[in-house]
Design a binder for this molecule. Structure first.
Ligand SMILES: O=C1O[C@H](COP(=O)(O)O)[C@@H](O)[C@H](O)[C@H]1O
Length: 223
């Protein structure tokens, strides 16, 4: 793992967006198509604001979330809503969007079709991840019902229910996330920095983010 620290988060978000755009551009030089997975939550919005304006052949790029809460798109809790409002706009509006939500009652019912579409674009060219203070990444939570499957199984997408999650979730598995050709984790603030340092001493079962740290670049800004 490489740790890059920044004087402020504004600068970090721009720099991360530039790196992601560069990795997509590089992938498009050697292949017909490229793919990227990005997190939801409260952190990545400013990265999306910058990345959506990147000058690259977005029509050849597939964009997906790393994970989703099983709520309709008009819910304020929807990661899809964030993605559509802040990344799939501007130059990136023509990218191919691969959904992680379907209007079925449970994630289990939606997963087969969603996973099929994703399987065509793996491995991911690049992947951006977030992390919670409980050391979850994507929706791989400590104490989740299908934690072991998400960490070590062969599945592409795993449904997930966890004490720390308000609603059922769906997440890319650790296999898919750590199979990305380039991987970044973005975190801000002292609490998440402490969580990251703790995660490095724990097992993935205790700290799921530990499953994706090897080979990742972690970007951190104190404020
Ligand atoms: O619930 C989620 O949490 C993590 C971290 O979110 P943040 O609000 O602390 O940045 C996020 O990476 C994940 O995609 C999201 O579904």
């Amino acid at each position: 793992m490489e740790l890059v620290t920044y004087p402020d988060s504004e600068m970090m978000m721009i720099e991360v967006a530039q790196r992601l755009a560069g990795e997509l551009r590089q992938a498009l030089q050697s292949a017909e198509a490229a793919s990227i997975a990005v997190p939801g939550g409260t952190t990545p919005g400013p990265i999306f604001d910058s990345l959506c304006g990147a000058d690259l052949d977005w029509e050849r790029v597939s964009v997906m979330l790393t994970d989703e809460r099983w709520v309709p798109e008009d819910s304020p809790r929807s990661n899809t809503r964030l993605l559509k409002q802040r990344l799939l706009v501007g130059k990136a509006a023509v990218a191919r969007y691969l959904p992680l939500y379907a209007p079925t009652e449970t994630p289990e019912e939606g997963i087969p079709d969603l996973a099929q579409a994703i399987s065509d674009v793996l491995p991911l060219s690049t992947c951006l991840l977030g992390m919670g203070t409980d050391m979850h990444t994507a929706s791989i939570f400590p104490g989740a019902d299908r934690l072991e499957e998400a960490l070590t199984g062969d599945l592409i997408l795993v449904p997930m229910r966890a004490p720390g999650a308000l609603e059922p979730r769906i997440t890319l598995s650790a296999r898919v996330l750590s199979g990305a050709i380039a991987r970044h984790v973005v975190i801000t603030g002292p609490e998440k920095r402490e969580a990251l340092d703790r995660a490095r001493t724990l097992t993935p079962e205790e700290a799921p983010v530990a499953a994706v740290l090897k080979g990742s670049i972690v970007h951190w800004a104190e404020s």
